[in-house]
Write a protein that binds this ligand. Structure first.
Ligand SMILES: Cc1ncc(COP(=O)(O)O)c(C=O)c1O
Length: 400
């Protein structure tokens, strides 16, 4: 009997984690590596949040809690949804898990049956299709294009929906492109969803607060209130509050779904880390001032990277509305050859040659479902980004 399950055989390990690991290995071997693969802010968790975690430990808040979150955090989440998104939820409609990742996974495991489909716009966050597969469903990829700034058109959404579609996964601002949908762009998609009452909406709002220039974040249940009863609004503290290691994510939606997600969590991991939950209460209830400060820094870094990449012949880099990623196209470099004789046949070859020749680690576009592109995370210092972009410029200029 084969040891590993057939379901697992359909799943790939996370390529973004693989790139980060490869870069770390090269660094440990003494190579001058600049890692632009990691999807986390480069600054520390704010002190008031750390203090809340320390206070929780000191006060002995170190035991099991209710499976899907302490009442204080659920209350803070309800207040956040009202304050930031104009959405009314009660604590019984809220689920807290070990990162946004577990919340998304719980929702899929709680709802998918064989043969049921999930529409995922590409480029997508690497985990969506594999989570759907792990949950026993079928991912259906709906392509977005560079020409449309990596945003899904209503036509492409309509085309991807079938009678078997159970979920539509939506992510704005997006990982890996940074693309953020305006109210009107999102309304055009929710209009399509209104014509398909069997489709539920899983909106991943993890990058809500990382929004630049005059971009205004919006979320499906806010843009189309008629979708409220079939929307799971997912969010978390990882990105906005530099809390990736604390592992707290949350969602709000219909009680029946939240109860099913609780059941999955109760038989797998139980409650998310108690100390982290108390820190998350402070993140949501405490000052939000540093978000605007951080966004100034991210805006500057985004502009630096976009400008330097667009100076390269053969590279096109749209300027995204949010998150901390850019997703340049290298269509103009395909077929060219490096001085060491490697022909750039696709974005994976490009990323490997770039890492080996220059020490710059990026994630190739095929991992996110749209090629030929690569993803840069610009959540690192200006100096590091300048140096990385200079190496990229030199590497591309040497192609013939
Ligand atoms: C789009 C998106 N959703 C969800 C997550 C998961 O977040 P968490 O670290 O809270 O599990 C990430 C993390 O990279 C992400 O980029």
């Amino acid at each position: 009997m084969e040891l590993l399950s057939k379901t697992l055989a359909r799943v790939k390990p996370s390529p973004t984690i693989a790139v980060t690991q490869k870069a770390a290995e090269l660094k440990a071997a003494g190579k001058d590596v600049i890692g632009l693969g990691a999807g986390e802010p480069d600054f520390d968790t704010p002190q008031n949040i750390k203090d809340a975690g320390i206070a929780a430990i000191t006060a002995g808040k170190t035991k099991y809690t209710a499976v899907d979150g302490i009442p204080e955090l659920k209350q803070a989440i309800c207040v956040k949804f009202k304050r930031d998104n104009g959405l009314d939820y009660t604590p019984s409609q809220v689920s807290v898990g070990t990162g946004g990742k577990q919340i998304l996974y719980n929702a899929l495991v709680a709802t998918m049956n064989p043969g049921e489909e999930v529409v995922i716009p590409a480029p997508y966050w690497v985990s969506y299709p594999d989570m759907v597969l792990l949950a026993g469903g079928t991912p259906v990829i709906a392509p977005a294009t560079l020409e449309n700034d990596f945003k899904l058109t209503p036509e492409a959404l309509e085309e991807a929906i079938t009678p078997n579609t159970k979920w539509f996964i939506f992510n704005s601002p997006s990982n890996p492109t940074g693309a953020g949908y305006s109210w009107d762009e999102l309304k055009a998609l929710t209009d399509v969803l209104m014509r398909h009452p069997q489709v539920w909406v899983m909106t991943d709002d993890m990058y809500e607060h990382l929004a630049y220039d005059d971009f205004k974040f919006c979320t499906p249940a806010q843009v189309e209130p008629a979708l409220y009863d079939r929307t799971l609004t997912v969010n978390g503290v990882s990105k906005a509050y530099a809390m990736t290691g604390w592992r707290i994510g949350y969602a709000a939606g219909p009680e029946k779904l939240i109860g099913a997600m609780r059941k999955v969590q109760s038989q797998s991991t139980s409650n998310p880390c108690t100390v982290s939950q108390w820190a998350a209460v402070e993140a949501l209830n405490g000052t939000q001032d540093y978000i605007a400060e951080n966004n100034k820094m991210f805006t500057r870094r985004r502009n630096l990277v976009v400008d330097m990449l667009n100076e390269i012949d053969g590279v096109i880099c749209p300027k995204p509305e949010g998150a901390f990623y850019v997703y340049p196209s290298i269509a103009g470099l395909i077929g060219k050859t490096t001085p060491s004789g490697i022909t750039i046949t696709d974005d994976e070859v490009f990323a490997t040659a770039l890492l080996e020749d220059t020490g710059v680690a990026v994630v190739f576009g095929a991992a996110f479902g749209l090629s030929p592109n690569f993803r840069i995370s610009y959540a690192t210092s200006d100096e590091t980004l300048k140096e990385a972009c200079m190496r990229l410029q030199k590497f591309c200029a040497a192609l013939s």
